[in-house]
Design a protein around this ligand. Structure first.
Ligand code: ATP
Length: 263
């Protein structure tokens, strides 16, 4: 495994630090001794093919699954020892849709605010703020069922931001969206990082969502093959593009052989 800059310098704690994490489903290993960290205020792309272990990692970070081996800290708060402190710093957008279609946008958000213990006044103020961020303020009273797939995704991102997390976890947030909706979601997540200094761990296998200035965590069959600034990963891998680095570090070895023999 290449760890180009495994841990950030300075005194600022990492947004997330994953150390020695392994996870198995029965006898099937899904993550093997995973180590990486994401510096505060940066975007880290978690890159891997289907089945690489991205969702398993997100399930561990969000405490959907208990940790079998290793540790995960969010801004220095260990998720097993200080779950409340760690979890309140995280906002999550899961791969599968989780809004209640028969409730309005406002009702969906208010329900989530209540789970986070926000007061009535805070809830109103935060709902207005997050819907403004995702440019959906005009749809406050609309039933979720009446929104497009891209608009639902925006509401899910708004919901993830309600309690003002410092780290946003996105599990393939653009899957199933058309090109235009995908591009606008990618653009406003990047705006969020630039304007609000939020940190992002973004699972994807869509290379066009990646910017070479991002950090990368390259995952292949449960193993981190490289982690750090993407520029440094590309230099280490001897590749000129992120796509080539992805092919080299994330594709299954058999697939790489096929690709290398292509004319
Ligand atoms: N509930 C489960 N029971 C058994 N095996 C599982 C379970 N969930 C995932 N796996 C296996 O663990 C491995 C990692 O799966 P995971 O869903 O974490 O990958 P992923 O990178 O998120 O894939 P995708 O991009 O398709 O969502 C795969 O081999 C998968 O078959």
């Amino acid at each position: 495994m290449e760890h180009i800059h495994p841990f950030p310098g300075g005194n600022e704690p990492a947004a997330i630090a994953v150390q020695g994490v392994s996870h198995s489903y029965g006898r099937h290993p899904a993550l093997k001794d995973v180590n990486f960290s994401v510096p505060a205020g940066s975007i880290a792309m978690l890159l891997g093919l289907n089945g690489a272990g991205k969702t398993t990692l997100f399930s561990l970070i969000s405490r959907l699954f208990g940790i079998q081996k290793g540790s995960i800290s969010i801004f220095n708060h260990d998720i097993a020892r200080e779950p409340r402190e760690a979890l309140r710093r995280i906002g999550i957008v899961f791969q599968s849709r989780t809004l209640d279609l028969d409730l309005s946008v406002k009702q969906n958000l208010a329900y989530h605010a209540a789970l986070h213990g926000l007061s009535h006044a805070q809830t109103k103020q935060r709902i207005e703020a997050v819907l403004h961020t995702v440019e959906m303020e005009t749809r406050l009273k609309d039933k979720v069922r009446s929104l497009s797939g891209g608009q639902m995704r925006r509401v899910e991102i708004a919901r993830a931001l309600l309690h003002e997390p410092r780290l946003l976890l996105l599990d393939e947030p653009t899957v199933g969206l058309d090109i235009q909706s995908r591009a606008s979601i990618v653009a406003f997540i990047r705006k969020l990082v630039a304007n609000q200094g939020i940190s992002v761990l973004w699972a994807t296998h869509l290379i066009d969502e990646v910017d070479v200035r991002d950090h990368g965590v390259m995952l292949r069959q449960g193993v981190v093959t490289a982690a750090g600034p993407l520029q440094a990963i590309m230099t280490h891998a001897g590749t000129l593009t992120v796509e080539e680095a992805f092919n080299k570090l994330c594709r299954k070895v058999e697939l790489q052989e096929v690709l290398s023999h292509e004319p």
